[in-house]
Design a protein around this ligand. Sequence first.
Ligand SMILES: [Zn+2]
Length: 541
Amino acid sequence: MITRTLTALLAFALLTGGCAPTAAPASASAVSSTEVPAAVSPTQAPAIAAARPTAAPTASPSATPEPPAEPALPPEVAVQAPALIPSAEGDLAGAGAWDRYTIIAALSPGELSVRGTVTLDMVNRYGVDLDQIYFHLYPNHPDFGGRLDVTSATVNGAQVHSGTQHGDTLLHLDLPAPLAPGESARVVLGFTARTPRGASDETFGAYNFEAGVWSMANFYPILARHTADIGWDTRPIVSRGDFTVSSVALYDVTIDAPNGWALLSTGVTISDGPVNEQVHRQRFVSGPQREFYLGALQGLAQAEAVVDGTRIVSYYQAKNPRAGQEGLAVAERSLRAFNQRYGSYPLAELEVVQSALTQFLGMEYPGVVLIEQKLYTEGGRGLETTIAHEIAHQWWYSQVGNDAQGEAWLDEGLASYSQVVYYEATGEPEKAAAELQFFRNTFRNARAAGRDAPLSSSPAQLSGGRYYPVIYAKGPLFFQALRDQLGEQGFDAFIHAYYSAFRYQDIVGDDLLRVAQDSCGCDLTQLYDDWVRTAAPVAIP
Ligand SMILES: [Zn+2]
């Protein structure tokens, strides 16, 4: 992210974000209007057939042999298929590696609250007994200016003791008996989230209602990561850069909302129907995604297009129709460019939303990017560059996941370098060169002022004005240096291999080094040491 001070200085500086909006109802809701969402258990969630329609039988039998039948997916996984483009539906065969969230909640716009339950079906994949389970409660960080309160907690049907730390941003559940490796658990948490209103000049605009967008980023408890070296991720949140550190999961989310609010979320809508005269119930599936974004819109216009099987929707204020259409066109070009340069975006929807972010220019969530509203009226390249950057995060953050609070350079460096890639793909080499020159100037000035640092530095370590130039300027320059060393074909092979190997995974910098070396059959340790592990006086490419 970029602070307000920095945005004043750096017109094109950017940040991160991702999610999905309203879609045509797939079928009428199967839930009776007398049911309250919070009372519906995950297994009772609206049982709507969501599978993509199979091809109608052809009139004449085919002469080619039938392909062997694929093993049937369990219904709770098969229901996720509409969130993926058809060519990526096979990715669901890997669902055994992902936990599943079922969220059932109701919106109360009058008090800007979301109340409901989240059910997490998780497996201990960590090789050690678990005595506790940890969740992030991001909205309790002061930057959010709101609350997320957990009102009940059970594990496998039994109430458990819980507690919080780090200013209520970290929740732990104490298990009555250790959860052994390979064992599964069903965690059910009741929660209430509340966002502020009109607060983007003071707090995090992605958790706020303003300018027709009620943005509820991080509105539910999200499972912390557990790694072999440190165990549960219990670090306090650092308010520099992106907050969310989580692993890919499958989300099945049912939301009751008053009529007149258009819901926007990660993934796709698979059903939408009336609960009563005032309220409708909408159900979403995410596909494999790192988190679930939810927003509710009032009064925004929209335009949409399809690129390579992905539906893109641009939501914009009705007074900015030209910029709203331009936002859609940029998103189309971005998706086309990155599909070709990195590998296919596997998800069926992507939304771009004009939002009141105020203190930063853009924010990525899986399947949804939020773009600061002023960029729609200022003209120039800010809107285009910001949208390209945030959409690149769909590859670098949403798909290939890194520790944003530890190695922010991995996703921010590549998302920023994608600004160069984007303008190369649109046939505007002079703009690509200008992006690169901006990175050079920013890093050169920072280094001259003593603000260089290893790329591997965590955001917490990058105080004193070093975060922006190191992560957003030195970061993309590393990828240019790597490209210079590998050559065009070599870099192309590396970036495809990197995306292909680590899609849906959590990675660290050494994984990038390993794939780069494997793809070129060369030794890159000197380059990597100079840029990433140390602050050697590198030659600026
Ligand atoms: Zn970013």
